[in-house]
Design a protein. Structure first.
Length: 312
């Protein structure tokens, strides 16, 4: 592969006071290309439909456009490792020849960002804006078909990569649960599992990035597992059991466990979710199976987490 890259770009869409930040499908940028078409098209979605939500619309519009102008997020090594294995991926990365981009599109795009503010002000006066916003809102509603899916996807976007934080949640108590869970999983990983390169490429920077959705009668914890592609099937099973126990322990530590409360725990790698576990929150750490009822490892197991997220 002579300089080709796999890259993820970002965009955001606002619907009144709600803003959704999304990532594009993984794009392959051929040798000698700079990815301008992908960067520009995703950025235009943000500039047209992302600006209008308060407060996150302006913030995420700027960050997604700047990120795209810098070339997006390069996930070449991670994609090759997941598809071909670490050995073959390392061989390809070591032998590939870097070809300098020949186009000027990305350079022009970067310079044009200084005019984004003026462009947005002009767009406000365009009579067709209301129709565009209505069409965008309709498109979002059509894509989000399952109850809780919109809130889940918004949470999932926060754990895609390590941007300086390892714990997120829908409330301060939920963030504390996510932090306890992340710390516990990292310690267990170091103690019980071997393999992987601590200095190798990791989108999470070798951290367990977790999000907790805490409600009165249910709780969900989703986590991005570092280098999950290196785990064997048996190791993934063991990791799932540890994640379930760690989530129960985090709930107990924060004093939110209660009878009748349900729990979901989802584990994802670079691209896909590996499994989702569901069951009951326990009051006694010696309870059989720790309240675990079902483990889903089929296609799109994350759909089992949607009902645990509050509707927007």
């Amino acid at each position: 592969m002579e300089g080709g890259r796999f890259v993820i770009f970002q965009y955001c869409i606002s619907v009144l006071v709600m803003t959704f930040r999304r990532r594009s499908k993984i794009a392959f940028i051929p040798p000698g290309k700079d990815g301008f078409v992908h960067a520009f098209s995703n950025s235009m979605v943000s500039l047209v439909a992302g600006w209008w939500g308060i407060p996150w619309g302006p913030i995420w519009t700027i960050t997604t456009v700047v990120k795209n102008a810098r070339g997006g997020t390069d996930v070449t090594h991670a994609v090759l490792e997941e598809k071909l294995g670490s050995g073959r991926a390392a061989q390809i990365m070591a032998n590939r020849r870097i070809v300098e981009p020949t186009g000027q599109g990305m350079k022009i795009f970067k310079w044009s960002l200084a005019c984004v503010g003026i462009l947005l002000l002009l767009m406000v006066a365009v009579p067709v804006f209301s129709g565009m916003l209505s069409a965008t809102s309709s498109a979002v509603r059509n894509r989000i078909t399952a109850p809780g899916q919109a809130a889940f996807e918004n949470a999932n976007n926060q754990i895609i990569a390590n941007n300086g934080k390892v714990a997120f949640g829908n409330s301060p108590k939920a963030v504390a649960i996510a932090a306890d869970f992340s710390t516990s999983m990292k310690l267990l990983d170091k103690s019980l599992f071997t393999g992987g390169d601590p200095n190798g490429l990791s989108i999470t920077k070798h951290e367990y990035i977790a999000y907790c959705e805490l409600q009165d009668s249910k709780c969900a914890v989703i986590v991005h597992v570092p280098e999950m592609r290196h785990f064997t099937a048996e190791a993934k099973d063991a990791l799932g059991e540890l994640a379930w126990a760690s989530a129960q322990a985090a709930l107990m530590k924060q004093g939110v466990s209660k009878p009748g409360m349900t729990l979901a725990v989802g584990l994802r790698g670079v691209l896909l979710y590996d499994r989702v576990m569901t069951g009951n929150v326990i009051m006694d750490k010696n309870a059989p199976n720790l309240g675990l009822i079902q483990t889903s490892t089929d296609a799109e197991p994350e759909r089992n987490v949607f009902p645990f997220f509050r509707e927007p």
